[in-house]
Write a protein that binds this ligand. Structure first.
Ligand SMILES: *Cc1c(COP(=O)(O)O)cnc(C)c1O
Length: 330
């Protein structure tokens, strides 16, 4: 079965399983799990941040970051369709009394600088206190470049705001831009990266930032119920992923791009857009439903009109998909 529903469906390969099976473990709530400690250190070195924290999910990692940056009555500025606003159950408001200030994403996945600036509140008791800007890279597959990020950083400096990155697919952006992770991470006060998406680990995210922020987030992780004991079994998968599965993300981008080309050939120029490891189709819903069942009969599984490529979609499988698209009759 080819599964394009998401890059979260990946399975650990034999080597990752071996690394997990043989991991040294201890009680991570006591700070005594050697593999989790190694993972946190490895990731913080890779992104050149002072400290790292392993958490069970990206949602919890973003939430711990928001709770660490913001107090009750503070506000974060965020994209209307951002994961940290739209897809995390309103956690910042529910658990932190933190007010979101959503603004629309531009078509390239950025938040327009002047639009961010226009919603920053003056220091006045009428308003929530603007505290944090939250970006996403990649945003629905779209890559934010360093020059843009540096402009947002400059704005944050001017208004004394912190800058958080939801980097669930941060390494897809690094690979696309051919930039070292430390370079693309530099402007941010905190970054959350997912190990369980295209990197192929079964569970977990890492939050990175300076030592004070991560100490605060460590406290919040416990409060949120995310303190795990012998977490090293899982952390070993993450460590393996960071060591072996970053540069191969370019294969996923190439696969997406190839399938995108075939979709355009078959359905026309405006039928689909491609960004890093994702294709966003734009087909009439009726045709799409027919295509979806047709693909399923060829053991190709898709759900929405977003198709996501990952390390469990091989080159021969991509060929099979391309042929199926070519032969599809409406
Ligand atoms: C997947 C994802 C997350 C985190 O999701 P979890 O399922 O909680 O690990 C955060 N942000 C973005 C943009 C994502 O795609």
């Amino acid at each position: 079965m080819i599964d394009l529903r998401s890059d979260t469906v990946t399975q650990p390969d034999e080597y990752m399983r071996q690394a997990m099976m043989t991991a040294s473990i201890g009680d991570d709530v006591y700070g005594e799990d050697p593999t989790t400690n190694e993972l946190e250190e490895f990731a913080s070195n890779l992104l050149n941040k002072k400290a790292g924290l392993y958490l069970p999910s990206g949602t919890q990692s973003n939430l711990a970051a928001l709770l660490s940056h913001c107090q009750r009555g503070d506000e974060y500025i965020v994209g209307q369709d951002a994961h940290t606003y739209r897809f995390e159950g309103g956690g910042a408001a529910v658990l932190g009394s933190i007010q979101p200030q959503p603004i629309n994403f531009e078509s390239n996945g950025t938040l327009a600088i002047d639009r961010i600036e226009s919603v920053i509140k003056p220091l006045d008791s009428h308003f929530a206190r603007s505290k944090l800007v939250c970006l996403e890279n990649t945003q629905a597959g779209k890559v934010l470049d360093l020059e843009y990020i540096e402009r947002v950083r400059e704005l944050c400096n001017r208004y004394n705001l912190s800058l958080h990155l939801d980097g669930a697919r941060f390494f897809n952006a690094c690979v696309d831009l051919t930039l070292q992770p430390a370079v693309l991470a530099e402007p941010f006060d905190s970054i959350s990266i997912c190990l369980s998406k295209g990197l192929g680990a079964p569970v977990g995210s890492i939050l990175l930032g300076n030592s004070d922020l991560i100490a605060e987030a460590r406290r919040w992780r416990k409060v949120l119920g995310g303190g795990m004991r012998q977490a090293g079994f899982m952390a070993a998968g993450g460590l393996y992923a960071l060591k072996h599965n970053i540069s191969r993300l370019s294969e996923d981008h190439e696969n997406a791009s190839l399938v995108h080309e075939k979709l355009i050939e078959r359905f026309g120029k405006n039928s689909a857009a491609c960004a890093t490891n994702m294709i966003h189709l734009n087909l009439d819903q009726e045709i799409y439903s027919t295509l979806q069942s047709y693909l399923l009969s060829h053991e190709i599984r898709v759900s929405t009109q977003r198709w996501v490529f990952h390390l469990n979609v091989s080159q021969p499988q991509v060929q099979k998909l391309v042929e199926a698209i070519h032969e599809f009759k409406t």
